[in-house]
Ligand binder design. Structure first.
Ligand code: FAD
Length: 387
């Protein structure tokens, strides 16, 4: 029983949510402290995700997936995130890598890579570089024609699930003079000569994930190209429209976990002869947390339902990521405050959640970039309505 708003889910979404909750309770949650402490990738959790079909959850059935809609997918991600932020982030990395192929891949590419993914051989989304994160059009990795092939050279940074993935969708400049209109995407296999992966990245949070740097100098055939030449920045942005709703689901999972921990502590911890939750200062904090988590959760499920209806979610996805990640930030911060000194110390859950939360406001477009996207959309709409 919780006062937080719960979505009314259909039968498939309810089942995925229940399965994620069971696995979270039995396997992913108990592992979370160890993954965080040792910065260890949970290979055994991936096996469980594959066995229970989560890695192919969002993929169409014709390519080996489960054909779930986005509402079911975010219900699963959110629930995994309640138990283990790293496992939820890994699940999202799988979906992010699938999207460029789903949106622009040839039937042959879909048939091969999506089936591979459903079997647990993931594709990572490799856009960012040391010099280009928010400003994706500034990437410097290049792909140059050599007969029927392309020579890809360059470095990619902070690639989610990098060392654990088998494949990468690599974004590279094919027309360096054309900025964002000169980017193409290519499938790269980790096993090819000319791919070097550096997995070391000592992170603040989601320490069970692998965040990797790639060094590339290899030839790929033209059949490895995903979508049209010079049109892939648009493809990356379309992918991120959905990815942002997935990050919002991670945010909500974390916020729910933080709220649970805070509410529990508020009734257990006594000062001056009474539970700290009896004090209005703490009770009101919990009331505000419950209110904004409920509002953010409604937004998340509405955004996913809008996507499933075929609506354009470029603005709604940006708002949802922006709001939910900032709600998760405040929830983790308040949970630490309510836990007091213990909340500041390992190995309390809220200490880990506080660190895990921080990335949600940075990757797949920082909060500033979401505001930039929205400000641009607002300006465009105002100009159109004024003309
Ligand atoms: C754990 C982790 C996993 C990741 N996974 C992936 C992945 O799978 N694939 C991938 O391609 N990338 C990935 N990234 C990279 C991530 O997307 C970038 O770090 C992020 O987009 C921010 O880019 P940046 O770090 O270069 O920061 P910068 O772009 O240098 O920005 C620095 C700061 O300036 C702000 N800023 C920048 N421009 C503006 C502006 N115009 N107006 C106002 N403020 C601005 C930003 O919001 C930020 O606060 C990952 C990163 C991490 C840490």
């Amino acid at each position: 029983m919780t006062v937080i708003w719960n979505p009314q889910l259909d039968e498939p979404a309810t089942q995925w949510q229940a399965l994620a909750d069971r696995l979270g309770n039995e396997r992913f949650g108990p592992l979370a402290p160890e993954l965080d402490r040792d910065q260890r990738y949970p290979w055994e959790s991936i096996e469980a995700l594959v066995e229970h079909k989560f890695t192919g959850l969002f993929l169409p059935r014709q390519w080996g997936g489960e054909g779930a809609n986005l509402v079911s997918t975010i219900a699963a991600v959110e629930t995994l995130g309640k138990h283990c932020s790293s496992t939820a982030a890994i699940m999202c990395a799988y979906q992010l890598g699938a999207f460029p192929i789903l949106l622009a891949g040839s039937n042959q590419q879909k048939d091969f890579y999506l089936r591979e993914m459903a079997q647990g051989r993931a594709t990572s989304f490799a856009l960012s570089e040391r010099i280009a994160g928010s400003d994706a059009a500034a990437i410097e990795a290049s792909a140059v024609r050599e007969g029927d092939n392309w020579r890809i050279t360059g470095e990619k940074y902070w690639i989610g699930n990098g060392g654990a993935s088998r494949y990468y969708v690599v974004f590279a400049k094919t027309d360096p003079e054309a900025g964002g209109r000169g980017v193409s995407a290519f499938m790269v296999d980790k096993e090819q000569a000319g791919v070097i992966i550096d997995d070391y990245s000592d992170k603040m949070g989601i320490r069970g994930t692998l965040t990797s740097n790639l060094k590339l100098d290899l030839l790929v055939p033209d059949s490895a190209r995903v979508g049209e030449v010079n049109r892939a920045l648009r493809l990356a942005l379309q992918t991120l429209n959905v990815g942002r709703i997935m990050v919002a689901a991670q945010s909500m999972g974390l916020a729910l976990a933080a709220f649970h921990e805070a509410a529990k502590r508020a009734v257990q911890r006594k000062t001056f002869g009474q539970p700290i939750g009896e004090n209005q200062g703490i009770g009101f904090k919990l009331a505000d947390m419950a209110t904004e988590i409920s509002a953010a959760r409604m937004m998340l499920y509405q955004a996913a339902a809008a996507y499933d209806r075929g609506d354009d979610v470029s603005s709604l996805g940006a708002m949802t990521k922006l709001f939910t990640s900032e709600v998760a930030h405040r929830a983790a911060n308040n949970a630490v405050q309510i836990w007091g000194g213990l909340g500041y110390c390992k190995p309390t859950v809220v200490e880990r959640l506080y660190r895990d939360q921080r990335i949600l406001e940075i990757y797949e477009g920082s909060s500033e970039i979401q505001r930039l996207v929205l400000a641009r959309a607002i300006r465009k709409a105002a100009e159109e309505s004024g003309s």
